[in-house]
Design a protein around this ligand. Structure first.
Ligand code: F6P
Length: 538
């Protein structure tokens, strides 16, 4: 049966009609225990979801919907290694990457941990050699700069965590991240670096991605040019991939390849060897703390009843707004400058996973799936797009993420940050009405402009402090939330066929732009004109 034809979905539609106009202000006034009833804790995180446009019945109907999608079974299918990524015939087992290496993770009778632990040990050996100056470049100099070349899941996770945990990193080493095929990215990231002191990590699951291979080849040319020897490659390149043949073809010795497995999806690969740059920068101990945070949330997700399960509750609230309120977007607002890349990371995690319009039976869906994810750290966002959140015509549910302790205590900065954090959630939920404005003697003609209708929902996610552990839990929280939504929407969250067409067309257009192929009338008139413009002006 189609998801939106289920009795549970129809019950939610009816319920929506009954409660859609209730205001958060009255919901809070009527139930003084509301916040206590809508707070969860787990894996070092605290979730207050009381400022959502729900009543207790909403949650129980949403939980019924989850049950109708056999969520418990689906979670077990994923954790136990069933090939739930059906269109690619793969298991989805990123949870094994952060499973304690001393305890087994059995899939089809085979323990995955010896292999996972083996790669972790190799990463540790190499990371220590590099960070302690024992890894010498071709001319005998220790490495000072690491350049990670990768894109999508082979970049966004590492770069996000590198920024997020900078305070925990070894400041003697600089890690640069290059993803864009735009030559300016590589040029700027290696600007001023000495090839003799630079080590490239080529991070690509497939080792065929156009952007990554173009950057890797240019990096190789830069090294060979600078160090005047083919033999230099072995001291200045490490590969992170599942494709050993391509790694060798590129010229990297398999001894310096860190592997992972086809059961690790690109956007779920942060805790695989793809996170090697982080281990170098953060140190082995902090990297393991990050893994422990992920694992704590994996455990919470697998073992906690749905009603108290943070990823499940967040996912169901997302479904409520997406499918019943008709919200198209979801804002993610970390009140922490270190999390500046978190929304960008989540864009890939969520939108590449759940930006699908065909269900698991191959039929077009007749309901909305993944929302547009966007955001910026607070308080910067407040001086940019919060106007629309407060008074615009769109309802955008927001996730606020904050921490009780600052990483860098400085006067009352943190209290100011958190006062804003709380204020924005209050303002969105409760607004400001005419009575209050009149009491403040606001001129009548300005009252419409100064009114805040409120009733704009938000979740509040808190942790004591931004640490490797809390960051790991936070990322895993969203990973599992995305999974749950995919289950509810009956879509495949772990493939990404939607990125293929553009890649294929770019392959066809490239020979035209480099003059190896004549422009033929096979393109539409707009594309032909654009090609003409580029050829005339290049
Ligand atoms: O954009 C498509 C995609 O396949 C992502 O899913 C992936 O993270 C990215 O490209 C990079 O792929 P690879 O690690 O194979 O270079």
């Amino acid at each position: 049966m189609k998801t939106n034809e289920k009795a549970e979905w129809l019950a939610l539609s009816q319920h929506f009609q009954q409660i859609k106009d209730l205001h958060l202000g009255s919901l809070f006034r009527e139930n003084p225990k509301r916040a206590n009833q809508m707070t969860l804790e787990g894996a070092g995180l605290y979730l207050d979801y009381a400022k959502n446009r729900i009543v207790p019945e909403t949650m129980s109907l949403l939980l019924d919907l989850a049950q109708s999608a056999e969520l418990t079974t689906e979670i077990e299918r994923m954790f136990s290694g069933e090939r739930i990524n059906r269109t690619e015939n793969r298991s989805v087992l990123h949870m094994a990457l952060r499973h304690p290496t001393a305890s087994p993770y059995i899939v089809n009778g085979v323990d995955l941990m010896p292999e996972v632990g083996g790669v972790l040990s190799r990463m540790e050996q190499l990371a220590v050699q590099i960070s302690t100056g024992q890894w010498l470049g071709y001319t005998g100099k220790p490495i000072k700069n690491i350049v990670n070349i990768g894109i999508g899941g082979s970049d966004l996770g590492p770069v996000m965590v590198y920024e997020a945990l900078k305070a925990y990193s070894n400041r003697d080493l600089t890690i640069h991240y290059v993803s864009n095929v735009d030559s300016s990215h590589l040029t700027e990231q290696i600007f001023g670096l000495n090839p003799a002191e630079t080590l490239f990590l080529i991070a690509s699951k497939t080792f065929t991605t156009q952007e990554t291979m173009a950057n890797a080849n240019s990096a190789k040319a830069w090294i060979l040019d600078g160090l005047c020897s083919e033999a230099a490659t072995s001291r200045h390149f490490i590969a992170i991939s599942t494709n050993a043949a391509k790694v060798v073809e590129f010229g990297i010795d398999p001894e310096y390849m860190l592997g992972f497995w086809d059961w690790v999806g690109g956007r779920y690969s942060l805790t695989s060897a793809i996170g090697f740059s982080l281990m170098i920068s953060l140190g082995v101990g902090n990297f393991h703390r990050l893994l422990a945070g992920f694992h704590a949330m994996d455990k919470h997700f697998r073992e906690t009843p749905h009603a108290e399960n943070m990823p499940v509750v967040l996912a169901l609230l997302g479904v409520w707004y997406n499918n019943f309120f008709g919200c198209q977007a979801q804002a993610v607002l970390p009140y922490n400058q270190y999390l500046s890349r978190f929304p960008a990371y989540l864009q890939q995690a969520d939108m590449e996973s759940n930006g699908k319009s065909v269900d698991r039976e191959g039929n077009p869906v007749s309901y909305q799936t993944g929302p547009v994810i966007w955001g910026e750290p607070g308080t910067n966002g407040q001086h940019a797009f919060f106007q629309l959140l407060h008074q615009g015509t769109k309802l955008v549910p927001c996730d606020f993420i904050g921490f009780a302790k600052p990483v860098n205590p400085l006067g009352d900065h943190h209290q100011k940050l958190m006062a804003n954090f709380l204020a924005q959630q209050e303002a969105l939920a409760f607004g400001k009405g005419v009575t209050e404005l009149r009491a403040e003697k606001i001129p009548e003609n300005l009252i419409p402009y100064r009114t805040f209708e409120g009733n704009r929902p938000s979740n509040c996610i808190l942790a004591e402090k931004l640490t490797p552990e809390s960051l790991g839990s936070l990322i895993a929280l969203y990973e599992h939330k995305i999974f749950v939504q995919g289950v509810i929407w009956n879509i495949f969250s772990f493939d990404q066929w939607g990125v293929e067409l553009g890649k294929q067309l770019a392959e066809k257009l490239l020979p035209v732009l480099i003059g190896e192929d004549k422009m033929e009338e096979k393109h539409d008139s707009s594309t032909l004109n654009l090609i003409n413009y580029l050829l005339r002006h290049q």
